[in-house]
Design a protein around this ligand. Structure first.
Ligand SMILES: [Zn+2]
Length: 358
């Protein structure tokens, strides 16, 4: 079993710890042997707030099942939990769908439930965002670099090198998505798929570009520290150490760090990221649309994250709350309680308790 859960580790005969960190900074066996209780001390100090619930949700009915009315405060961090199948997702999706309808006149999801009433202060809410676990929204050509937009300052940086100027290059010469720069053998995919009869396809690195995706003459242009293709392949944390960025890209980079994703490389395909990585990249791309009074619903954030990573991300989400956003976390992890201001607990038979976490 490959898992982060301490409950599963406790039940195992032998535990192998991989690390020490994620991505390129991991890959080693840190420790192996029987389970040992690890006492993690949460050093997080919640800001003391006075919160009054100002979103009031009347009784909800979904697929013939009825749920209690409840409330929660905007501009806070809300932890939603309860047994699997207790209706957490369906109720909150219905609420956010309805909020969006009342604000913008359109539904963002198929309508499945009915709300008896919904009250909220319209001057304190601007938009809603659902960060679900829909993992199939990326094409095989989206990479971390194209999706976060960080490939752009990288291309501009290399465009400013004397060699590029002498050759009169343009940004397209450094992009696998442009005919100017991409390897013509693999069309900038970096790999070749060999179809096998009766067997699974075999994927090999492209013979021409050796997986670099670009034509060799452009891939090898260097800024004196690294070449274009090295910059695409190295962890993002290393690449931008020596490249100056505009405030917009500095912000993207800092979000990437805070979401514990800067070990990824710009050339990494979105399709082969883990579910949790995709979810956080999607969250990041949506955070860049600057809307202060945003309500964000995130489901199963703890999926695939170590405790250390999870705490760092929860701290970051709290920073977002302090600038006016509302974060709703649907997650079973009891550690969330320490980071959240408000709790909504789903019990059996549609009962819902909502209360301040002191
Ligand atoms: Zn190629």
């Amino acid at each position: 079993m490959v898992d982060h859960s301490p409950e599963l580790a406790k039940l195992s005969d032998k535990v192998v710890w991989m690390g020490p960190l994620a991505g390129s900074e991991g890959g080693q066996i840190v420790k192996e042997g029987p389970y040992q209780e690890k006492k993690t001390t949460i050093k997080y100090k919640k800001e003391a707030k006075k919160l009054k619930p100002n979103v009031e949700i009347g009784k909800t009915s979904i697929y013939g099942k009825s749920y209690d009315s409840f409330s929660f405060p905007l501009k806070s961090m809300i932890w939603v939990h309860g047994e699997t199948g207790s209706g957490k997702s369906s109720v909150f999706n219905t609420v956010l769908n309805e909020l969006n309808y009342q604000m913008k006149g359109e539904y963002i999801l198929d309508k499945v439930g009915d709300l008896k009433s919904l009250k909220f202060p319209p001057n304190k809410l601007e938009s809603v965002l659902i960060v679900d676990a829909n993992l199939n929204r990326y094409t095989s050509r989206s990479t971390v670099g194209s999706f976060t937009d960080l490939a752009k300052p990288l291309r501009r940086h290399y465009l400013n090198q004397p060699t590029s100027k002498a050759l009169d290059l343009s940004e397209g010469h450094f992009s696998p998505n442009s005919e100017l720069g991409r390897c013509s053998r693999c069309d900038g995919r970096g790999e070749e798929i060999i179809e096998m009869q009766y067997l699974e396809d075999v994927i090999l690195p492209c013979e021409e570009c050796k997986g670099k995706k670009l034509k060799e003459e452009y891939a090898n242009i260097s800024d004196g520290i690294m070449t274009v293709s090295e910059a695409y392949e190295l962890p993002i944390s290393k690449v931008f150490e020596s490249i100056s960025l505009t405030p917009k890209y500095r912000r993207i980079l800092s979000y990437l760090k805070k979401l514990k994703l800067d070990y990824l490389s710009l050339s990494r395909n979105m399709t082969n990221l883990s579910g949790g990585e995709k979810q956080r990249i999607y969250l990041l791309s949506k955070l860049l649309i600057d809307s202060k009074d945003q309500l964000i619903l995130i489901e199963n954030l703890s999926f695939g994250l170590s405790e250390r990573e999870l705490f760092a991300i929860l701290e970051f989400l709290n920073e977002l709350v302090s600038v006016g956003k509302t974060i709703i976390l649907i997650d079973h992890n009891p550690k969330f309680k320490a980071f959240c201001d408000w709790e909504v607990e789903f019990k059996s038979k549609g009962k819902i308790n909502s209360s301040f976490i002191s």
